[in-house]
Design a protein. Structure first.
Lengths: 175, 501
């Protein structure tokens, strides 16, 4: 292994990760995430409104109707933040495939960019739940030793996922 | 040397050890039931159950012993075991993370040795041979170690990753250079430099759980005294605060000494061509052997007391699944002195002799973010105290946390060499973590919107031994470091037929 004698010079000749094009995941995945958002918000809304509805229907007693705005406001604020994260974050969600490594970028509020070399991938997994099957989506999970660097690339069209998996499997565990 | 090519059983005395293991595991699993039975009242016929259970355990142990066979193939350790559900384990030498010989009280009594092999996907004790003869265990260990070493050597030689500074092989094939050897004096020093406060609390917890009869005895004693005497005693009890504190700290020191003796008794460690080797323990003697290529992280830790003695503790961390953080073994080397660190790092990280390529510190203006987080507990004061006292308390708390945050923030430093990354942190409890870039599993760059706008984020190195973050780095520095690290990972593997892991 030849150590770079003057790494500062070598730096400029190295391929740069930040210059790579990021491919977006499938549009249908936004639908799936917003669906999850909607379901969770509806459940929370039911839980928040339940005591007040109970008061109106006369099943409960002593619930102060004037307070209904407080939980609703809190829910709208948090739900709105989450929605912004889903909506704006989707535009930033994507993966970049290079000859020797794969990079996955997510998030708007909290932004993550994870890079793992193919040589460190122990095995990969394609998964599909009922909703993603309906939308024709697939998720790829890449496992590394120790598990802290595991990577899940969610929301790829089935054929895209197969293709990407082929690319990864051909290189995984090798140089 | 013993021939391991034919399947062999463990030492017959292993039946006794396996029986005791089964008994302990059984009691551990069934203790709520046992306590329930005790409270329900023990009838005479129940005692008949004891010999029946013991007989069953003995029969199980005999069957387990009979079915348990091991042998060595060219490249792997093969074990067949199980009575009803039979299994055959095959552990390739190059997957062995560490070899541990251990001698619990029973093994010491019988003059036997247990052997444990850790692999990467291990659930902690994937394979244990509980009872084999001493000489047999030693030659088995050497076979396993030399094979895993030979394998990793061929792998490392192609990647020119071999350890040029490691001492050459001696006549037995294993030349070792002693590293840390604890005689009585140094053992006491190690004991004296533990965290006494934590140990004192540990002592109280243990005392609280087993000392309740004593407590009731004291209560009944007090109940017998006239009320005037109790008043006088409670007035005197104020005087007991200082002696009580001294006693508290002293008990901490005593417990520290006891624990250190228990763990580090007759501690011997050596470093050589085949890796790091360590022997330690009083009641349970452990011998660890870790090949260099399986070291994924080294952590040097010290507190103020240890630094006064010139000591550091070294933790050698290996690949482990993150959800089994406690299952995998961690190898400790206490009482490391400055020259020991030089030796170890010189062998493990030869690139450190060159000047570093990067020196990174967190962006200074983010100190206040850390300080802000430290304020939160002072809000509790407002709930408990009067406003004036609470403000005073808050001011004192803020001054203290401001000081400690500044100190801690100032201590954060990252130095990257051609292949090694050194992360330093802490000023009272100091730690220094070293990882190798060509062993990294992944790199993560994380920041929120506000940090992104200021061009700052956190960089996390994912290693097989767990993640290691470095916070509040400027984007340009982090990108340069990331590109360097990624290219190191690739260049190491392009010359290497097999991954180093």
């Amino acid at each position: 292994m030849e150590f770079p004698e003057n790494p500062a010079v070598n730096m400029d000749q190295l391929p740069l990760l930040q210059d790579v094009d990021v491919l977006p995941v499938d549009r249908a995945y936004r639908k799936m995430r917003l669906l999850a958002w909607g379901v969770v918000q509806a459940l929370i809304l039911v839980a928040v409104l339940a005591p007040f509805a109970g008061q109106l229907l006369g099943w409960l007693d002593g619930v102060n109707m004037g307070l209904i705005w407080i939980p609703l406001l809190v829910q709208f604020a948090l739900g709105g933040l989450w929605f912004a994260e889903e909506w704006l974050g989707f535009e930033r969600r994507g993966y970049a495939v290079r000859e020797r490594d794969i990079t996955y970028r997510t998030g708007w509020l909290v932004r993550n960019t994870v890079t793992i070399p193919y040589s460190m991938i122990q095995h990969s997994e394609l998964s599909q739940g009922p909703v993603s099957r309906w939308l024709g989506l697939n998720h790829i999970k890449l496992f590394t030793a120790g598990g802290s660097g595991n990577l899940r690339i969610a929301g790829l069209k089935e054929e895209k996922a197969q293709e990407l998996r082929g690319v990864i499997d051909a290189r995984a565990g090798k140089s | 040397m013993t021939d391991f090519s034919t399947p062999r059983r463990q030492h017959p005395l292993g039946i006794a050890i396996i029986s005791v293991q089964f008994l302990v595991n059984g009691i551990r699993a069934a203790w709520p039931v046992l306590i329930g039975i005790t409270f329900g009242g023990i009838e005479g016929y129940m005692l008949l159950g004891i010999p029946i259970v013991l007989g069953l355990i003995l029969a199980g142990a005999v069957a387990y012993y009979w079915r348990f066979k091991y042998r060595l193939e060219d490249e792997a350790l093969v074990v067949e075991r199980g009575l009803l559900q039979r299994e055959r384990l095959l552990i390739p030498f190059d997957r062995i993370q560490a070899i541990q010989l251990f001698q619990g009280p029973l093994q010491q009594l019988f003059g036997l040795t247990g052997l444990r092999v850790d692999t990467a996907g291990s659930t902690g004790n994937e394979l244990q041979l509980v009872a084999i003869g001493k000489s047999e265990a030693e030659s088995l260990r050497q076979r396993l170690a030399s094979n895993s070493q030979a394998e990793s050597k061929t792998a490392t030689e192609t990647s020119e990753q071999s350890q040029p500074n490691a001492p050459a092989n001696g006549p037995d094939g294993f030349n070792r250079q002693p590293l840390v050897i604890l005689d009585a004096k140094r053992l006491i020093k190690v004991g004296l430099s533990q965290n006494h406060l934590r140990n004192a609390f540990l002592g109280i917890a243990i005392f609280g759980s087993i000392g309740s009869p004593l407590e009731s005895a004291i209560e009944s004693l007090f109940g017998a005294l006239p009320s005037a005497a109790i008043l006088a005693l409670s007035a005197l009890s104020v005087l007991l605060i200082v002696p009580g504190l001294v006693l508290f700290l002293l008990s901490g020191v005593v417990i520290s000494l006891g624990l250190a003796t228990f763990q580090y008794f007759r501690y011997r460690s050596a470093i050589g061509s085949e890796g790091v080797q360590i022997e330690m323990g009083l009641v349970r003697r452990n011998t660890f052997q870790v090949p260099y290529s399986k070291v994924h992280m080294t952590v040097w830790k010290s507190n103020w007391l240890k630094r006064q003695l010139g000591f550091e503790t070294l933790q050698i961390r290996q690949a482990q699944a993150s959800d089994q953080a406690n299952a995998s073994l961690r190898v400790f080397v206490p009482a490391m002195e400055a020259q020991n660190r030089k030796v170890v790092e010189g062998i493990l990280y030869p690139d450190m002799k060159e000047p570093e390529s990067f020196v990174l510190s967190p962006v200074r203006r983010f100190r206040w973010v850390m300080w802000l987080a430290a304020w939160a507990p002072s809000l509790l004061l407002f709930a408990a105290w009067s406003p004036a006292a609470a403000w005073l308390g808050t001011a004192a708390w803020m001054a203290l946390t401001g000081f400690t945050t500044a100190k801690r923030f100032g201590s954060l430093q990252l130095r990257a060499y051609a292949n090694s990354v050194v992360l330093e942190r802490g000023w009272f409890w100091r730690s220094r973590t070293v990882i190798k870039m060509d062993q990294l599993q992944g790199i993560q760059w994380r920041r929120n919107v506000l940090l992104e706008r200021r061009g700052v984020g956190h960089i996390t190195f994912h290693t097989a031994a767990g993640p290691k973050p470095f916070v509040y780095v400027s984007k340009h520095e982090a990108y340069a470091l990331r590109n360097h690290a990624i290219n190191r990972m690739h260049s190491a593997h392009s010359e290497n037929a097999q991954p180093a892991f």
